[in-house]
Design a protein. Structure first.
Length: 198
């Protein structure tokens, strides 16, 4: 039996994930009631998706992440040109102080756009060092190896926290930046399985 969105919101808040409104809870409960019974649906993941997706401005085609403890993105990416720039920006918003990635630059010169193949790199500065992440291109799909490699860098140079990932079971990637103790408690109380990707 799944918890209600209201119960989940209270658990999330306890774990430092903020931003749930009464309206959001009501809308999500209504959507859930209208689902056909055979659809497998995880309420915890759905609420996290709503909380972590940030704000997209369709007029100037810009995206701004929320800063509320969770970052979520569709792994079939809408803005393909800035796929990994947006990923690093979203992760950075999980802790502006500890994850202050700077000078993010994405090189797509080795992408064959027509065939949706090739490779691309994204570079950034962090802790006075320069890092580079390489991604295999598969049309508009996010290469999870980038998330894995970023997590290795964070574990090596960071403050004892790391990235943890989960999914809604479909196409949503959900990202947290926490310590393992936090992850254990969060998994226990929400039923979501967190992974490290490596």
């Amino acid at each position: 039996m799944q918890k209600s969105y209201k119960e989940l919101a209270e658990i999330f808040e306890k774990y430092g994930i903020e931003g749930t409104t009464t309206q959001m809870v009501e809308d999500l409960e209504q959507d859930y009631e209208e689902l056909p019974p055979e659809v497998e649906f995880n309420k915890a993941a759905a609420l996290l998706t709503a909380l972590g997706q940030g704000e997209f401005d369709y007029e100037d085609m810009s995206w701004t992440p929320y800063e509320n403890g969770v970052y979520t993105f569709d792994v079939e990416v809408f803005d393909v040109d800035k796929m990994y720039t947006d990923f690093l920006t979203g992760v950075s918003a999980l802790d502006r102080e500890e994850l202050d990635f700077r000078k993010i630059e994405e090189d797509t010169s080795q992408v064959n756009w027509e065939e949706g193949t090739g490779k691309r790199t994204v570079t950034f500065e962090w802790k006075n060092k320069q890092f580079s992440l390489e991604a295999a291109v598969e049309d508009d799909w996010f290469d999870v190896n980038v998330a894995n490699e970023l997590n290795k860098i964070i574990k090596e140079y960071g403050e004892g926290k790391q990235l943890f990932f989960t999914s809604d079971g479909y196409q949503e990637g959900i990202v947290f930046y926490r310590d393992p103790e936090w992850a254990d408690g969060f998994q226990r109380e929400t039923g979501l399985e967190l992974v490290e990707f490596n």
